[in-house]
Design a binder for this molecule. Structure first.
Ligand code: RB5
Length: 149
């Protein structure tokens, strides 16, 4: 399993913590930046991580910004990305089992960073349920991307 990581300045500390955590647990990461707390723009890193996931360079992606909102909205503009902004492990489970989310977005300024690690572990260890009704709904999302819905 390889995980793409990305963040803006507001998510930098959390991204570094997640990176260390994943590496300690022998999970390969590709760090797409940013690499400091200097002010930058979240869409840049959302695009890098989104393309890495959509093009199969990594299995999953994790993005951090201040709220998790801007960076998830931006990542969801990349075809094939289903980014879920999660504030609890329960939502992380549902985002994988129901939505087959392939990118986790976290709000660094509004979440306890230790809890964020639990959400990360939950997200990457939970599989899509594969149930018919969820496949149908995900296919409808793809239809929107392709201008068919
Ligand atoms: C940056 O100050 C902040 O706006 C950004 O990290 C994020 O919260 C946007 O959605």
């Amino acid at each position: 399993m390889t995980v793409a990581l990305g963040c803006d300045h507001a998510g930098f500390d959390l991204k570094e913590k997640i990176k260390k955590h994943l590496e300690t647990n022998n999970i390969a990461v590709k760090d797409f930046g940013t690499y400091s707390s200097e002010s930058t723009d979240y869409a840049i890193y959302a695009a890098k991580v989104g393309h890495a996931v959509a093009e199969g360079e990594t299995d999953l992606g994790i993005l951090c910004c201040g709220t998790g909102m801007g960076i998830s909205i931006a990542a969801n503009k990349v075809k094939g990305v289903r980014a879920a902004c999660c504030y609890s492990s329960e939502i992380a489970v549902l985002s994988r089992t129901h939505n087959d989310a392939n990118v986790l977005a976290l709000g660094s300024r509004f979440i306890d960073h230790d809890q964020a690690l639990t959400i990360v572990d939950t997200f990457i260890s939970t599989k899509f349920s594969g149930e018919e009704r969820h496949i149908k709904r995900i296919n409808q999302i793809t239809d929107i991307e392709n201008g068919k819905l």
